[in-house]
Design a protein around this ligand. Structure first.
Ligand code: SF4
Length: 343
């Protein structure tokens, strides 16, 4: 297969959930002929994850990034759009291909305190995925993987249980469990956010080193732009179910286009009490993912809002925006729709 085929590719991927809360809503909708409503958690996302690339997805809580990650790992079935793994649509995978996909795409969860089975020793935690995937192994393979995540000497950790490990050690075990099947992709769900600050830095440095050493690609989601920009080559900014801006990390930080990205950058704390920076005027709450407004989804919070921002994205031609000083949501919406239709 040619090298320009991405490891993972999302084309106009959607994941919507029914907003009705049970039988009462269903009966009411039937009687009143109301249309059922949906939470559009992921609403037309395009993304390409190339080999050895670390891509971040950044956004506020509720923007859809966790749903996106769960859809990528196969925990949720997409409502529409395509997910391709090495160019092959996962929706057409056989049972065996799904099993192989699960070996080659691993996830590291946010909460190391609950993601390890308390009844499993470290040795058993690492042996289990190898046994599930019928991979031959010996004690050396487990010890080498533990040492690669900094748990040295490995022998000291093999018979420990999660309650005998610190938060940082638990997360290292979770990362080792993700790596031991030699995956192509790690999906990382804010893996450092529940740890203390010094341990966070250790885990980020570890992930940085491992992606280089193991040649694994990674999607790293977080609400914290400083950690995402530390670890990722490329960043996708997500707002209300859509990617509103994507760019290589340096470019995104030095020349953000979307007003939401600008606000996120300006909210990164600077550890210098003498330095005062202008704060972006981003107030209010994200909109309702059930009742999306016409036009730009960010318009009620945007300091650069214009009259045209109330138009529906479908009415906007890209040409109208090429010399626009604000490369705004409409532009990205247009690109997203065009990519979704043409690829
Ligand atoms: Fe702001 Fe308008 Fe761009 Fe939306 S489309 S981000 S409201 S300038």
């Amino acid at each position: 297969m040619s090298n320009d085929v991405p490891v993972l590719e999302l084309r106009a991927l959607e994941k919507h959930f029914s907003a009705s809360s049970g039988l009462y809503d269903t009966v009411k909708q039937h009687l009143t002929r109301e249309k059922p409503s949906f939470v559009r958690a992921v609403d037309g996302v395009n993304m390409r994850l190339e080999e050895n690339q670390v891509q971040g997805v950044i956004g506020e809580s509720g923007c859809g990034k966790t749903t996106l990650l769960r859809t990528l790992i196969g925990l949720y079935k997409p409502t529409d759009g395509k997910l391709l793994f090495h160019g092959e649509p996962v929706s057409e995978f056989t049972k065996e291909e799904w099993k192989e996909f699960r070996r080659r795409v691993q996830i590291v969860f946010q909460d190391p305190f609950n993601s390890l089975d308390p009844k499993f020793s470290v040795r058993r935690t690492l042996a289990e995925p190898l046994e599930i995937h019928n991979i031959d192994y010996d004690r050396d393979r487990i010890e080498e993987t533990l040492e690669s995540v900094g748990l040295t000497p490995a022998e000291k950790y093999l018979s420990r249980f999660p309650n005998q490990l610190s938060g940082g050690e638990k997360q290292r075990v979770a990362i080792a469990r993700g790596l031991i099947t030699e995956p192509d992709v790690i999906l990382a769900d804010e893996p450092a956010s529940m740890l203390d600050v010094s341990t966070q830095a250790e885990i980020l440095n570890l992930l940085n080193r491992l992606t280089d050493e193991f040649g694994v690609s990674m999607v790293y989601i977080s609400h914290d732009l400083s950690t995402v920009s530390y670890i990722c080559n490329k960043i996708n900014v997500m707002y209300l179910g859509r990617i509103v801006e994507e760019a290589p990390t340096k470019q995104l930080l030095s020349n953000p286009k979307h007003p939401y990205t600008k606000a996120l950058i300006q909210s990164i704390p600077i550890p210098d009490p003498h330095y005062e920076r202008e704060r972006a005027a981003i107030g209010g709450e994200p909109g309702d993912p059930i009742n999306m407004p016409n036009g730009c989804r960010f318009k009620n919070r945007c300091p650069e809002r214009m009259g045209v921002c109330d138009s529906t994205p479908h009415d906007i031609e890209l040409a109208d925006y090429e010399d626009h000083t604000v490369a705004c949501h409409l532009y990205y919406d247009h690109v997203a729709q065009t990519m979704g239709k043409t690829q």
